[in-house]
Ligand binder design. Structure first.
Ligand SMILES: Cc1cc2nc3c(=O)[nH]c(=O)nc-3n(C[C@H](O)[C@H](O)[C@H](O)COP(=O)(O)OP(=O)(O)OC[C@H]3O[C@@H](n4cnc5c(N)ncnc54)[C@H](O)[C@@H]3O)c2cc1C
Length: 470
């Protein structure tokens, strides 16, 4: 894995670099960054666990420029790391050493907003928050929502098949993609943007690019389906002293609350960190070990459906219900500020996994002791999107290079029939464990796709797959 501490000055000595000169000719001199200071923010990831110096950072402004940059790098057999908002958590958005970083941030224009079909066409570098701002006057928004919304780009979200907090209602990013423009390593551009509702003419290329983490091509534009902004929203925060009760109430809510759009689980350890880091007041006078946050949204009166369903919920020790925006945001903050609060005390091993719902409780009960057996300093902080069995296991207390916690947690997940990559992707962080949940035939098929679309393996090599087995 490329570690942050292995820094060297890859971009230095570029004065006579013919590739850099060619890239400058394509995008203009100011859009190719070679100075170490200018490159720095593109070379370290959000977790601070991954990153290394690049050869250069190139910032194309159109699909044609992206295609020309890829063709030039392909000819020179220099690897390319596509990068959107650089909020990825598995090390896939930053160089491992000497690659060209291709930033999509300048490709962020709104091309078409169609309120009738509730679809938008926009550049891949547009952030989710910017898209929502443009769609909001039409009463629309993107169906995928996540805490990194201010920086994460729609291209990066498609490339990782992002999930987030509303998956139980609207699905993951793949479900929002109605069309895509993508540039491949050979400099060709494929555009499937018609938006025709039923189109089964051959392979579903956009569907395959979604979740490919920059290893097959660069997404340059997207046609996205939007969902209505629902004006009535209600958030309930519930406290439990039993894990079984917490999981039971959250899963029951899926059936009982027609307007449910989020169901999140977190624990006392995470809440303590959030309170310390943010200075927020505790949600309840007493501290409880388990918390569930539920959100319902509808055109009218989301609160009554949520409250009715919770009136007889078993095992709830304390609760708060909020309908006003400020109060809802305060309750959400206890959950959404977990990631930054954890990062404020160390560099965690971040393991985003999913379990079959029937094994969720067993996983949560076993993962803590498993990590404590490895180190007395182990500090696991768990939270997640409970309706899909998605748990974010953050582990503090281990060296960044120590793979024992990753190995132990991912093997436990696989043994329980789960997925080692729920929504953040495989990146470089989990590549080594791909065989735990993908068969040899499955991996061979993925390699065949990679070989076909990127025969020189210049597109984000080392992410998901290593060129040579091992
Ligand atoms: C506070 C916080 C909360 C988060 N919450 C969630 C969550 O709830 N759900 C969730 O799914 N994720 C979450 N994430 C992770 C992250 O925000 C998502 O993975 C997001 O989709 C990444 O978008 P990005 O634009 O930042 O992509 P980047 O980080 O820049 O890149 C991510 C991957 O996509 C590739 N890529 C980027 N743009 C393109 C493109 N245009 N074409 C081809 N490949 C590309 C990169 O090469 C890399 O492999 C969170 C992150 C943070 C920091």
């Amino acid at each position: 894995m490329a570690r942050r501490r292995r820094r060297r000055r890859a971009g230095s000595g570029v004065a006579g670099d013919p590739l850099v000169a060619r890239l400058r000719g394509i995008v203009g001199p100011v859009q190719v960054l070679t100075d170490a200071e200018m490159r720095a923010s593109y070379e370290t990831d959000w977790t601070r666990r991954f990153g290394a110096p690049s050869r250069a950072v190139v910032r194309p402004g159109s699909a044609d420029e992206v295609a020309s940059v890829l063709a030039a790098c392909n000819e020179a057999r220099v690897a390319v790391v596509p990068q959107g908002g650089n909020t990825g958590l598995v090390g896939g958005s930053v160089p491992r050493g000497g690659e060209v970083v291709l930033s999509t941030k300048r490709i962020a224009a709104l091309d078409e907003m169609d309120p009738v079909t509730a679809q938008v066409i926009a550049g891949a570098g547009m952030t989710a928050a910017a898209l929502n701002e443009l769609a909001s006057p039409y009463g629309l928004r993107l169906g995928v929502d996540l805490a990194s919304r201010d920086s994460a780009t729609i291209g990066g979200m498609a490339a990782t098949n992002a999930g987030g907090i509303n998956v139980l209602r609207y699905g993951m990013m793949r479900a929002q993609v109605g069309g895509m423009e993508v540039a491949f390593a050979d400099g060709s551009v494929v555009s499937r943007m018609s938006g025709v509702g039923r189109d089964n003419t051959g392979y579903d290329l956009p569907g395959m690019i979604v979740g490919s983490e920059g290893t097959l091509g660069v997404v340059t534009a997207l046609r996205l389906r939007l969902v209505p902004v629902l004006p009535s929203r209600a958030v309930a925060l519930l406290a439990f002293d039993s894990l079984e009760a917490a999981i039971g109430v959250a899963l029951n809510a899926r059936n009982e609350v027609a307007d449910l759009q989020a169901a999140e689980l977190f624990f006392a350890t995470g809440l303590e960190l959030v309170l310390k880091h943010t200075g927020l007041a505790a949600p309840f006078t007493e501290r409880w070990p388990f918390y569930v946050l539920l959100e319902a949204a509808s055109r009218m009166d989301a609160a009554s459906g949520l409250a009715d369903a919770l009136v007889n919920a078993a095992g709830v020790r304390d609760s708060a219900l909020a309908t006003e925006a400020r109060d809802r945001m305060r309750l959400w903050a206890y959950r959404e500020r977990h990631t930054e609060s954890i990062s404020s005390v160390g560099v965690p091993h971040k393991l985003d996994v999913a379990l079959p719902l029937g094994r969720l409780r067993e996983f949560v009960e076993r993962v803590g002791p498993l990590l404590s057996d490895l180190s007395e300093n182990a500090m696991p902080i768990l939270f997640g999107h409970i309706a899909e069995g998605n748990v974010h296991v953050n582990v503090l207390g281990f060296e960044e290079d120590d793979e024992r916690p990753d190995d132990a947690v991912l093997r436990l997940v696989a043994s329980l029939g789960g997925s080692i990559s729920a929504e953040h992707g495989v990146g470089v962080a989990k590549r080594k464990w791909l065989e735990l949940t993908r068969s040899a035939a499955d991996i061979a098929a993925m390699r065949a796709v990679k070989d076909g679309l990127d025969p020189g393996w210049i597109m984000n090599p080392g992410v998901i797959l290593q060129r040579h087995a091992g």
